[in-house]
Design a protein around this ligand. Structure first.
Ligand SMILES: [Zn+2]
Ligand SMILES: [Zn+2]
Length: 439
């Protein structure tokens, strides 16, 4: 059999994990600061959730979903994005009546059957937040501020916020007509996808990247210039809130987001010093989504970003941001008695919080020392029959080479190899550990 993973799927290897942990830790920390609670929704949902929620005419639903029948004949889909599932959970748990205002975040894999290419996989990983139950423009500003703070925390500079409003359902219907009229004259010279979109969903034409289509898109009317009075007031309030928070933005009246559920505020956060002007985070308001799923009218807004891109950017921009993990102590053992004593000591030390490893392959001392070096062990203790009998050994500090005689007592050893930490974040003063440890 082949040893390759399924096309478009890939392994995230242990050496890469510190970067993932760094990005995930930043997301969790920012969620703590903004008071968003984590929700974990299933990877599988009824297909109908996405055809209704994301929209029948979107590329995701028509071309990119992993949909299959289970053994009971039900049509299921691997979630292509997180928002529809969170909105479904909102209704599942009766929050619309019990706790209608929710600030939530999620982290996890999503699945889209796209053409695999660099930086685009069929299983990819997203982080995102959702606020349900509030229409106030201050919430739009908070969601954007969260995204901005997160990117800043990760050291990404040159952030640029593209902002637009696509209005309510009525505004969108009117705007669609405006776009149809605008593109009607030139549609013959545009790409096949755009010709299809003209009838189905002309807003999607604005996302087209084809060079032949761009000139016609650049002269298209902007949605923010064609809003009803309520939506115009909402949008200008969002702008005023962003001004108050000193968050710079560029209104891009032709910015739309790919999914059908978006209403009013849409935004993208790009890092201007990424060359390609990569979008790091995209989001917007979806005031109609919960209703589309059969719930009461419920405003909502959120954003999502991809971990893969974030990890690439972090590796490029701050290659020293993470250091390999270090082991507190490696216990080299010689002979069966020493292995037995070593295992017991290691287990006791681990119980006290130290990271400890032992030899499991009864190898010679030289190979065990190489292993200790590879694991970047801070300390080494060699146990032979003499040490076990005496209950004492020599603890070597691997950084400065110094040795000291110690009792083979877990409490004493733990003090020496793993001083009690006082950093509330779980880091250690000498630095080096990107990951906090928990007791
Ligand atoms: Zn409106
Ligand atoms: Zn096109």
């Amino acid at each position: 059999m082949s040893h390759d993973p399924v096309r478009g799927m890939y392994d995230i290897l242990p050496d890469e994990m510190p970067w993932w942990h760094l990005a995930e830790a930043a997301m969790r920390e920012m969620a703590r600061r903004y008071n968003y609670r984590e929700i974990r929704v299933p990877l599988l949902e009824p297909t109908e959730l996405f055809t209704r929620g994301v929209g029948e005419a979107t590329d995701i639903v028509t071309k990119e979903m992993y949909t299959f029948q289970d053994r009971g004949g039900r049509s299921l889909t691997l979630r292509p994005e997180g928002t529809a599932s969170v909105a479904r959970a909102y209704l599942t748990h009766g929050w619309q009546t019990q706790a209608p205002f929710q600030k939530l975040y999620y982290i996890g894999p999503m699945f889209r059957y796209e053409k695999p290419q660099k930086g685009r996989n069929r299983q990819f990983h997203q982080y995102g937040i959702e606020v349900l139950g509030a229409l106030d423009p201050a919430v739009d500003a908070e969601v954007i501020a969260f995204a901005w703070s997160l990117m800043e925390m990760l050291g990404l500079a040159g952030l640029r916020l593209r902002l637009n409003s696509i209005g309510c359902a009525q505004d969108r219907a009117a705007y669609r007509d405006l776009l149809r009229t605008h593109f009607a004259a030139s549609i013959g010279r545009m790409c096949a996808d755009c010709q299809r979109r003209l009838d189905e969903n002309p807003l999607r034409i604005l996302d087209c990247k084809e060079a032949s289509c761009r000139p016609f898109i650049e002269t298209a009317p902007g949605s923010a210039d064609h809003l009803c009075a309520d939506c115009a007031a909402h949008f200008s309030d969002v702008c005023a809130w962003l001004d108050r928070l000193a968050l710079d933005y560029d209104v891009d009246a032709r910015l739309v987001r790919g999914l059908d559920y978006y209403t009013r505020t849409v935004f993208e956060l790009v890092s201007a010093d990424l060359g390609a002007q990569d979008t790091l985070i995209g989001g917007g308001r979806y005031d109609g989504l919960v209703e589309m799923l059969g719930g009461p009218p419920t405003p909502g807004i959120g954003f999502a970003g991809g971990f893969e891109r974030l990890v690439l950017v972090l590796q490029e921009r701050s290659p020293d941001a993470v250091q390999p993990e270090r082991l507190d102590l490696f216990l080299a053992t010689l002979g069966l008695e020493a292995r037995r004593a070593g295992m017991a000591l290691a287990t006791a030390l681990r119980g006290l919080g130290a990271s400890v490893d032992v030899d499991h392959r009864a190898r010679g001392l030289r190979k065990q020392l190489t292993q200790a070096n590879d694991l970047r062990a801070r300390h080494l203790l060699v146990l032979g029959d003499d040490e076990v009998r005496a209950g004492r050994g020599r603890l070597k500090d691997m950084d400065d080479g110094s040795e000291r005689e110690v009792a083979l007592d877990p409490e004493t050893l733990a003090e020496l190899v793993f001083p009690p930490w006082d950093d509330p974040c779980g880091g250690r003063d000498e630095g080096g550990d990107a990951e906090g440890r928990s007791p």
